[in-house]
Design a protein. Structure first.
Length: 331
């Protein structure tokens, strides 16, 4: 059935591409307002993180296509597996502040803070005993970081690297989300097919969502509508309304072999994207709309890692072998 879906919608190439010097494992648009004329974007490879400012013709008529300006290259020294932006990143004040956190192949978190000139600090955080799958900042003040790992834990850290909370999981933690409208809750998705919401004050589980099967590879909490949660499980996507049931309201096959990542659009609560597992010569990006039975767009690419939506445009980016690929969705 998944194959039929992919064949029913003709795949197309990206709207824009940017050539990179390294294989891209992760890419993230800054989801917060940085006060800049454009969007901050960071991507990570095997040895470094590149921070850039992007402007698209869809948001600025003076731009032809895509304007991509590298602001700084941060030496990292080890493969980057996840990256999160801090809401404290600002380009409209002096000194400018760039702050982000990475999760790396050596099971450590690294907090980078830079003024894009002379001041540059990296703080390493140790505690996870295995591969870190996802990292996120507290979205209002950015004073805490949450991470989930194959070591069956979700950990919350302060900016000094002290552990503020520890949640023991029943299987590897695959995704962690923090919502600006619900800052005292943390959403944690486990590989066995469970999504839980934890109260950060009592450190107790408040609510559980169940996929009914596994493996859950990725989940996301909609920024545009906090009652919507989505995930990819096996070859399917699942969508929940957390006010209605612990079981998904909707689910559908999407990728023939196995789905890899799920991300909600930040601009449209009905729009989301999924990717198939990297490693094949051609993997697919699918963009779905809850009002349509078929994907509204399929992009074919040598998918590496990472999937992220622009703050305000119906545009997403994925990483690949020495390139970034951007797809604009016509809605």
């Amino acid at each position: 059935m998944g194959g039929g879906v992919e064949e029913a919608v003709r795949s197309r190439g990206p709207s824009y591409t940017v050539v990179c010097e390294d294989y891209v494992h992760v890419v993230e648009f800054n989801p917060f307002d940085s006060g800049s004329a454009g969007s901050l974007l960071a991507y990570g490879g095997n040895l470094f993180v590149v921070v850039a400012l992007c402007r698209f013709q869809e948001e600025d008529l003076e731009v032809e296509g895509l304007e991509f300006n590298t602001l700084r290259v941060f030496h990292h020294g080890v493969r980057i597996d996840s990256l999160a932006w801090s809401p404290e990143s600002r380009l409209d004040k002096l000194p400018q502040v760039i702050r982000f956190c990475t999760a790396a192949a050596d099971n450590r978190l690294r907090l980078f803070t830079s003024d894009l000139k002379d001041n540059h600090e990296v703080k390493e955080m140790e505690g996870h005993a295995s591969y870190i799958n996802h990292v996120v900042f507290e979205p209002t003040e950015g004073r805490q970081i949450a991470s989930v790992s194959d070591d069956h834990t979700c950990r919350v850290w302060d900016l000094e690297g002290n552990e503020a909370a520890l949640f023991k999981l029943r299987s590897p933690g695959m995704s962690v989300c923090w919502h600006p409208a619900e800052v005292l809750k943390l959403m944690v998705a486990e590989k066995r097919g469970t999504v839980r919401f934890y109260d950060l004050l009592s450190q107790q589980a408040l609510l559980s969502l169940d996929c009914g099967h596994s493996p859950l590879m990725s989940a996301d909490w909609s920024l545009a509508n906090s009652i919507k949660v989505g995930a990819v499980v096996g070859t399917e996507w699942h969508i929940w309304d957390v006010t209605r049931s612990s079981y998904p309201q909707r689910k559908k096959p999407c990728h023939v072999d196995r789905a890899h990542l799920f991300r909600w659009s930040r601009a449209n609560e009905n729009l989301f994207s999924t990717t198939s597992c990297p490693g094949k010569i051609h993997s697919t990006l699918q963009v779905h709309h809850l009002g349509h039975t078929q994907p509204v767009m399929i992009g074919s690419s040598t998918v590496g890692g990472g999937l992220s939506w622009h703050r305000s445009l119906p545009l997403c980016v994925i990483g690949g072998d020495r390139k970034l690929s951007f797809w604009m969705t016509e809605m």
